[in-house]
Ligand binder design. Structure first.
Ligand SMILES: NC(=O)c1ccc[n+]([C@@H]2O[C@H](COP(=O)([O-])OP(=O)(O)OC[C@H]3O[C@@H](n4cnc5c(N)ncnc54)[C@H](OP(=O)(O)O)[C@@H]3O)[C@@H](O)[C@H]2O)c1
Length: 328
């Protein structure tokens, strides 16, 4: 039976999730796809750190051990930040590896260049997990695009912000206490700046813009406001008026073809499809010429939702490119 050999860059929340799913679903993958998947190497920063046992898989802190291994077909990237991730993936594409990434910080800025490079080299780039975790928004928009035209995409793209706004309203607690709860439950990063400032939602919006409209607006033209200035009084006043604060990232194209993007808190009425989206969930409304409005709601982060989006990319790619990939 054919064997596909992969490497993981990063073995934190997401990397471990990929490892677990590929092992837990080994038999189903074998049966459905007609191949086995071997996780050959895992790249980490600190080899000495105690982590899940990975028998038969080499743990390394040297990217060259992966990039120079001719047996490896594909790289899953789940490390943090713009660099060295961008350099690792550029080098991987240049060497002919297929890549799948969850790294939104890197992909918002460098995604268009990576996609162009990959097209030139004839390799696959999967990035479903960069935007809204487990919600298949990249696949949905990609599938719509050949026949339809996206007019607007907006939604709740940061689960931590939505969790904080939900807690402030439901429990009447101030912003700082709700943020602390998000951190205690592991929803917010140790440094939650990007979540609460709107930067994280902005990056995902730019990834969606590049996909849906083939381009991004100038970043400095997009107003980005976080939730950190919303007070408990603001939330209570909104509730009295049967309104809810939602942190909404919004991009639309006008009749002249100009993009208009914004990220910030918005007051939402009871009939709006974002009104009932609570806690850490994400939600995205896609408006197109033919379909009208489609709303997708689901988990925007977490080990299994994010890793399952990446494995989904992988299985889709194997389905399409089995002949190119396999080493018999
Ligand atoms: N967590 C989520 O729910 C989620 C959702 C969507 C997207 N993402 C994205 O997925 C990526 C991974 O997130 P995560 O939550 O899994 O992060 P994490 O738990 O902090 O894990 C990061 C992993 O990357 C490794 N690493 C970091 N910098 C490295 C470097 N320079 N060289 C080699 N290895 C390096 C770390 O090694 P050590 O273990 O040795 O420290 C660690 O194993 C991020 O880009 C994040 O934005 C995460």
């Amino acid at each position: 039976m054919a064997s596909i050999k992969v490497a993981l860059l990063g073995f934190g929340t997401v990397g471990e999730g990929i490892y677990r799913i590929l092992n837990e679903r080994k038999e189903e993958i074998k049966r459905e796809m007609g191949c086995t998947i071997d996780i050959v190497s895992i790249l980490v920063r600190d080899k000495e750190k105690e982590r899940l046992a990975t028998p038969g898989t080499k743990i390394t802190d040297d990217i060259q051990e992966i990039l120079l291994n001719p047996d490896i077909d594909l790289i899953f990237e789940a490390i943090v930040g713009e660099e060295p991730a961008y350099t690792f993936l550029s080098d991987a594409i240049e060497k002919g590896f297929h890549i799948i990434t969850a790294n939104k910080t890197m992909f918002a800025k460098h995604g268009p260049a990576l996609l162009k490079h990959a097209e030139f080299r004839g390799v696959y780039v999967g990035y479903e997990a960069t935007t809204a975790g487990g919600i298949p928004i990249i696949r949905t928009v990609t599938n719509l695009l050949p026949t339809d035209r996206v007019l607007r995409i907006r939604g709740i793209l940061n689960g931590t912000s939505n969790f904080i706004l939900t807690k402030m309203r439901e429990e009447g607690i101030p912003f700082k206490a709700a943020l602390h709860e998000a951190q205690t439950l592991g929803y917010a990063e140790a440094d939650p700046t990007d979540d609460i400032s709107g930067k994280d939602a902005f990056r995902k919006l730019m990834i969606l813009s590049a996909l849906a409209f083939g381009t991004q607006p100038n970043w400095q033209d997009v107003s980005v406001v976080g939730i950190d200035k919303i007070t408990i009084e603001d939330v209570a006043d909104a509730s009295k008026a049967k309104l809810r604060y939602r942190h909404v990232a919004d991009i639309l194209i006008d009749e002249k073809g100009t993009l208009h993007g914004s990220v910030g808190p918005v007051l939402i009425g009871t009939h709006h499809s974002l009104y009932g989206v609570e806690g850490v969930d994400n939600a995205i409304i896609v408006e197109t010429d033919y379909l009208g409005a489609l709303t997708l709601v689901g988990p925007g982060a977490g080990m299994y939702p994010t890793a399952s989006a990446m494995v989904g990319d992988f299985l889709q790619m194997i389905g399409k490119r089995e002949k190119v990939l396999v080493n018999s």
